[in-house]
Write a protein that binds this ligand. Structure first.
Ligand code: ARG
Length: 461
């Protein structure tokens, strides 16, 4: 195949080299942003008089027609093409002839690919944020129905203190809220235009970079052409955000896996989002949750890969940079699918609230409240802790639960215990009294939910 850069070469490129250096298999998906950016570039070249307006018009019309043909499946890319940029230029030449060769005036694939990648990522971030937002909406709506659903709260995976299911679900809301904030912040730095940097040093043609930036929706132009064609920090930054989203999802996935075991029994995952076993007829496996948990490894790998690819690269463009898109696209796809599937799985889950309640009864997760009771009567907390520790030991030895003790039994440990001590350690009470802002009482969680609703109602990213 003839090369766009074939002029100075006497011998054909070795096939193995062609295959090794080609990126069309990965970057084909950039076609739409590539054409959009080329149209903006051509329009600007026409405006500043580098191209005649007829030339610009013919290029723009040709590109628009190609875009439509690709979108409607009438064009398949040559799998042996070098990359998406050369392939689209070839298609344009096929369609409009030699004038197509004027499109690449004052442009290099170096600033072209950086521009395409930023456009594609910007839209990927927006789509991902939408997906996260939908999951957050589900969390808030479901939380609101479970303000009074009590389950054990855990530390060290040991029963610690009772919390509400609402409170537990909302913890994930806030993780995802920070994820979205990080993505939005990352988007600001993605959204600058490299085009006009040309190969590395800028160009002698009188370009209007601001015009191109405006047409493509960029907030500004990259200030340094060497930096613009050779940094991929915006890719790394996105991958770091993506790795955190996956890390958060993996924690939720792990809980669904645990909670759907008979030992916990807190949740039943729907048949439509689980899979069976080829040998054990009774099985229903949480494979979706496991794959979300497992795919964190991929995205963290993408982040690591991009960082190592970038490390110690001399300025400016180097072919190493072509590898960025493999990492980027893998992460974009993986995170988006994972968020969507998490949402699907959760939206069909059955919460076993009776099991949650049973798990709290007799689990001593109200011991702190018995100590707090003594503290309110003036006992130093350390001493109260000691007293209640002995009460717990008494219960363990006698096979009793804390909330079943009578006042006279409690009084053997401290005469400050009165009848209301028994009331103070009922699970409902224990939940109700944690009214501090951010606490698990229904009132406090209701407030948390109201704040959350403001945040997701007030912005679209
Ligand atoms: N396929 C290349 C990439 O993704 C395009 C830029 C090639 N530039 C070059 N000077 N060979 O990075």
């Amino acid at each position: 195949m003839s090369k766009l850069w074939g002029g100075r070469f006497e011998r054909e490129t070795d096939r193995a080299v062609e295959a090794f250096t080609a990126s069309i298999g990965v970057d084909a998906r950039l076609w739409e942003v590539d054409i959009r950016a080329s149209i903006a570039h051509a329009r600007m070249l026409g405006r500043v008089g580098v191209l005649t307006s007829e030339e610009a018009q013919s290029i723009i019309a040709g590109l628009q027609a190609i875009a439509q043909d690709i979108a409607e499946g009438r064009i398949t890319f040559n799998p042996n093409a070098e990359d998406v940029h050369t392939e689209i230029e070839r298609l344009l030449t096929e369609r409009i002839g030699a004038v197509a060769g004027k499109l690449h005036t004052a442009r290099s694939r170096n600033d072209q690919v950086a521009t395409d990648t930023r456009l594609y990522l910007r839209e990927g971030i927006d789509a991902l944020c939408e997906e996260i937002l939908r999951l957050q909406e589900w969390l808030v709506n479901t939380a609101e129905q479970h303000l009074h659903t009590i389950l054990p709260g855990f530390t060290h995976l040991q029963h610690a203190q009772p919390v509400s299911l609402a409170h537990h679900l909302m913890a994930y809301f806030w993780m995802l809220q920070r994820d979205r904030e990080r993505l939005r912040d990352c988007r600001r730095r993605v959204n600058h235009l490299p085009l006009g940097s040309a190969a590395l040093a800028g160009t002698s043609f009188p370009l209007d970079r601001e015009m191109v930036a405006q047409e493509l929706g960029f907030e500004g132009v990259c200030e340094n052409s060497l930096d613009a064609v050779s940094d991929r920090d915006f890719v790394v930054e996105f991958l770091a955000c993506a790795a955190l989203v996956m890390t958060h999802l993996s924690r939720l996935a792990e809980e669904l896996i645990l909670w759907s075991t008979p030992e916990f029994g807190f949740v039943e995952l729907d048949d439509s989002v689980t899979t069976g076993s080829s040998i054990m007829p009774q099985k229903k496996n949480p494979d979706v949750a496991e794959l979300i948990r497992g795919r964190v490894g991929r995205v963290v790998g993408d982040l690591t890969g991009a960082l190592v690819m970038l490390k110690a690269l001399p300025l400016s463009y180097n072919r190493d940079l072509q590898e960025d898109k493999g990492f980027l696209f893998d992460a974009l796809d993986t995170v988006r699918d994972s968020v969507a599937l998490m949402h699907l799985m959760l939206s069909r889950a059955q919460w076993r609230t009776e099991r949650m309640k049973q798990a709290v009864s007799g689990d001593f997760s109200n011991a702190t409240d018995l100590a707090d009771y003594l503290v309110r009567k003036g006992v130093p907390f350390r001493q109260a802790h000691e007293v209640v520790g002995r009460v717990v030991q008494y219960c363990l030895k006698g096979g009793r639960t804390l909330e079943s003790l009578q006042v006279d039994e409690l009084r053997q440990f401290s005469d400050l215990f009165d009848a209301d001590a028994v009331q103070a350690i009922q699970p409902e009470t224990v939940l109700q009294v944690r009214r501090t802002r951010g606490g698990t009482s229904p009132d406090a969680v209701q407030e948390q939910i109201a704040h959350a609703r403001q945040l997701i109602g007030g912005d679209n990213h």
